[in-house]
Design a protein around this ligand. Structure first.
Ligand code: HSE
Length: 435
């Protein structure tokens, strides 16, 4: 039977939910014109049932009961914006098992249980869409699922955590130390009171897992992704990187090579002329490289009410079109990819490295450090020795050629054990066009 309206139920009405409800209710006419039939938000379930600013409320719209959404036979699309793992998963599974399509922004849940959720969606012939889970307003999921379908993708990399990008931007532009920059991010509402999920890289790891699974058409589990957050970055690291012509950005990198797919999230040195250098404050940017398309780049706000609700509504409309004119159900991505590529352990990743050593001001120090590097086949492209005041420690900066991560870790242990080294050596990986 042809649908005469598509009914939506929203579970979880915080900042993003409020944005979604506002668009669905205030842009009803425009959405109807686009779709050719009404898109009705019929229920919003949240423990807080007070009317939301800018959301025209009708009696019965707001309810405390998620069951009122999940058990409503008229609702075709459930939007899960509860967050967290347990209740959100229950909501999504119950919705799909009763034949409802689901839209979610829940990256942590998708990263943890993607194959299970997609298998249930497949079994019950429903859509599970999650554009808002990565990089908010940037339509990167749809691009990977559909726009790049003619390509063999080589790499997806980018700035996918706005909070870390904001912190590093303040450190770079205003010379703030890490803690002061975090406080500034909290004051502006970018960082949570407990910012660990962002600054320790877990949020970026969730997002990279989703992006890499789509790009390489195979499931990428979180454990396969190396992660290192930005807590240890100092103002001095950023200044020294600048001296060598680099900026420090927090990158998520998935790259397929002959030896397998490398997957890593860490602070990274990029040349000052890199496009990512201009991605500042809380903005996100993602680069996708493939054949035949070459290199493409996406830029936009990765979080916040407007960007995220735009992505959620795009998914709702996309599903509503499916409800209206049923397509043969889309094959869930990464469930049936042909041959799987090997996921490369971090120890075998090869890249370039920046080292900042703090040493005694003695003859032979550079020779001693380069001996440890050379012994492990790590070649140097530049060395800078800062002029040192009498009696002070020296700062020596090294840039390496491509080297293997395990060799560099091994060399760092040996270097830090040298009697002339006076503080733990700072190491940052470097990304250039030739990586
Ligand atoms: N906390 C995330 C960020 C936004 O800072 O990018 C939600 O994914």
């Amino acid at each position: 039977m042809k649908a005469t309206a598509v009914h939506v139920g929203l579970i979880g009405c915080g900042t993003v939910g409020t944005g979604v409800a506002r668009i669905l209710l205030t842009e009803k006419r425009a959405l109807r014109e686009q779709l050719g039939l009404p898109l009705e938000l019929v229920r919003i379930a949240d423990l807080n049932t007070r009317p939301r600013k800018g959301v025209p409320t009708t009696p019965g719209l707001l309810t405390k009961s998620a069951d009122a959404v999940l058990n409503d036979p008229h609702i075709e699309i459930v939007v899960e914006l509860v967050g967290g793992l347990t209740f959100a998963k229950e909501v999504i599974l119950r919705a799909m098992r009763s034949g409802k399509h689901v839209v979610t922004a829940n990256k942590a849940l998708l990263a943890a249980a993607g194959p299970e959720l997609h298998a249930v969606a497949q079994e019950h012939n429903v859509d599970l869409f999650y554009e808002a889970s990565v990089a908010g307003g940037i339509p990167i999921i749809k691009s990977l699922r559909e726009g790049f379908v003619a390509n063999r993708l080589h790499a997806v990399l980018g700035i996918v955590n706005g909070t870390c990008n904001y912190i590093l931007t303040r450190m770079t532009q205003d010379g703030l130390e890490f803690r002061a920059a975090v406080r500034e991010a909290q004051r502006k509402g970018y960082a949570e009171a407990n910012p660990a999920l962002d600054i320790d890289g877990l949020d970026a790891r969730h997002k990279l897992g989703i992006l890499a699974s789509l790009a390489f058409d195979q499931w990428v589990p979180q454990e396969a992704i190396y992660v290192e957050g930005i807590r240890r970055i100092t103002k001095l690291d950023i200044q020294c990187a600048g001296e060598l012509g680099y900026v420090v950005k927090f990158l998520a990198i998935a790259r397929a090579g002959e030896r397998g797919i490398e997957l890593r999230v860490h602070p990274t040195l990029l040349p000052q002329h890199s496009m990512f250098e201009g991605v500042r404050d809380a903005y996100n940017a993602i680069e996708v490289r493939g054949t035949p398309i070459g290199t493409t780049m996406f830029y936009g706000m990765g979080a916040g009410m407007n960007a995220t609700s735009s992505a959620v509504v795009a998914d709702i409309v996309d599903i509503a079109r499916n409800v209206q004119h049923p397509l043969q159900k889309r094959r869930p991505p990464f469930m049936f990819g042909a041959e799987k590529q090997r996921l490369l352990p971090m120890a075998n990743v090869c890249t370039k490295y920046f080292l900042r050593c703090t040493t005694l001001d003695r003859p032979g120090v550079i020779a001693a450090i380069s001996r440890e590097l050379g012994a492990r086949n790590i070649g140097l492209t530049s060395v800078i020795l800062h002029e040192t005041a009498r009696g002070a420690y020296s700062t020596i900066l090294f840039m390496t050629h491509q080297a293997r991560e395990a060799d560099v870790q091994n060399a760092l242990q040996a270097i830090d054990a040298l009697p002339v080294i006076k503080a733990k050596t700072a190491m940052l990986r470097v990304e250039t066009e030739t990586n």
